[in-house]
Every structure is written in C-alpha cells, then in structure tokens.
Write a protein that binds this ligand. Structure first.
Ligand SMILES: [Zn+2]
Length: 293
C-alpha cells in the first residue's frame, strides 16, 4: 500500500514526465476512477467524467505537489487531485498501449500516455479548480512528515494521547504520510515499542522518534527512486528492517523480530531494541551496518 515515499516517487515521476507538456487527449476505460472527492469508493464517481477530463485537453502541466499520501497535478488554474488508494500507481506507456488495470490515461503531446493502474480500484482522480483542490490537498491533515518534520516537543504535542504510539503515528490528522510500514520502521529506529502509550514517552524518546521519521522516509525514498514502484505486498524486494520479517534477526541486535496485531494491523518490532519499558533505552536511529540509513 502506498505511503509517503511511494507517493513522493509518483510525484517526482509525474513531474519529470509531464511538466511543460500539453495534454493531447484523455483515455477513460473506468469512469468510476474519476470521483467528486478523494475517496476509495467507486460510488463517489463524478457524473460526466469524460466531458470534465476533456476540458484538460490543450492545457500544459505546471507542476505536481504532494501532501502526505496525496498528490496534486497542476494544469494552470485547473488540477487533478490524486489518491492512490490501496494498489494505485501511475505509469508511463506509449500512446497506443493500454496497461492491465489501466483506469485513467492522460495522453501527452510527446506521444506518451500516463496511466493510473489500479487493480483494486480504491484509487482515484478528482478534477477541479486549482484553488479548490490546493485547499483540499492538506485539509484535515497534520504537517507533512517529510517536508515539514516536527521536533520532539512538536511531535509530542500532536500525539498527546494515552493510546499506542504506532496507532497515533498512522492518523493522518496528526502527521501526514505515515502508514503501517513507515510507522513500524520509524519506531524501530527510535527504539520505541509500538504498543507503548504515547503519554509514557519521555522527551528523549520524542526527540529520537522525531528524528527517526524523516530519516526512515528518506531511506525508503532512496531505495525506491528510479524504478517503477513495486510494493512489498506485490512481491517486491523487502527493504525494511522489521516489517514483514517475523522471526528474522533484528539488523541492530540480532534478536528475532516479533509480529503482533495492534489497532487491527500487523505490526513488527524487536523485543530487545524496543523494550516495553516506560522509558525506552537509548539507541541510534541510524544503526551502523543497516543499509537503509
Ligand atoms: Zn533489535
């Protein structure tokens, strides 16, 4: 499932492929992928989507923005808000090639077509005015975890709760961009047990976690750049320290990685580096010998 790093790769790729180029046409095999709001429900389909998208023909791409897990593809004073859902991604194909599970295609004046490919159909495109969609991009979301990283006290203030720290990190209204994988990995880097109540963390733990979040996101980005994104859930290489590694040795201490369920989601942690203690032990967020650091 896409989290901030995959959406940032998507943003950079779309910008590289389309900035300055004009839209030459639109392909719409699945009108349900064009929605009134950023939603995972095909029932939120925008009526008359074909005609609305046809209004983009002749417009030039003026850039691509991102906030958390959403992107905004700008075409002058109009834009497309992009929501990748569970399995969505944007790929580049020759104009005459329709990829499997291609939902919406934007044909460019260089003979390429950029496609939303989405087997599960939770992803979507929301057309609208730039002003309206710029406001919608970050509405209800906390600061972007990569572009506007918080310091320890700032993160503590946004996560003031007695609920488990990992569950809070995944709530987009607190910090935007972290999902199940990035939250687990950042907590491993910071040496904090995922189930620990946020109210139990001390100032040193908050400082480590605040540092670990952008370090972790940058590490995943560095691993993902340059390729068409393949999610771990689709059989891609697993670049992570603990995620999906139950029973394997912790890259920092060698203890067996533990799998638990927290807030209904599978979570992975190291029982040694991430002790259940109220005040976690001091660890480095950039452990020596682990390549993604
Ligand atoms: Zn460990």
């Amino acid at each position: 499932m896409p989290e901030l790093p995959e959406v940032e790769v998507c943003r950079r790729q779309l910008a590289a492929w389309s900035e300055g180029r004009a839209v030459a046409g639109v392909r719409l095999p699945d009108p349900g992928a064009v929605r009134r709001v950023a939603s995972s429900r095909p029932s939120d389909a925008l009526p008359g989507a074909d005609a609305v998208l046809a209004g983009f023909v002749g417009r030039r791409c003026t850039g691509v923005d991102r906030h958390g897990k959403r992107a905004l593809w700008r075409f002058g004073d109009r834009a497309l808000l992009l929501h990748l859902g569970m399995t969505g991604k944007w790929v580049r194909r020759r104009a005459d090639e329709v990829p499997r599970h291609g939902r919406v295609g934007v044909v460019l004046d260089d003979g390429s077509t950029l496609w939303l490919v989405d087997p599960r159909r939770f992803g979507c495109v929301v057309p609208g005015s730039l002003a309206e969609l710029s406001a919608a991009l970050g509405a209800g979301h906390g600061p972007d975890a990569l572009d506007a990283p918080l310091d320890g006290p700032g993160l503590a203030a946004r996560c003031a709760s007695g609920r488990p720290i990992k569950v809070l990190l995944m709530e987009q209204g607190r910090v935007a961009g972290l999902g199940n994988i990035q939250a687990a990995e950042a907590l491993w880097r910071a040496g904090i047990a995922p189930q620990l109540p946020a109210s139990a963390l001390d100032a040193a733990a908050w400082a480590r976690l605040a540092e670990a979040i952008p370090v972790q996101l940058e590490a995943t980005l560095a691993d993902t750049l340059g390729d068409e994104v393949v999610y771990v859930s689709e059989g891609g290489d697993n670049p992570f320290a603990v995620y999906g590694r139950e029973g394997e040795p912790c890259p920092r201490c060698g203890a067996a990685i533990r799998k638990t369920v927290l807030g209904g989601r599978a979570t992975f942690d190291c029982p040694v580096c991430q002790p259940d203690a109220v005040t976690p032990a001091e660890v480095s967020v950039k452990p020596a010998g682990f390549r993604a650091s």
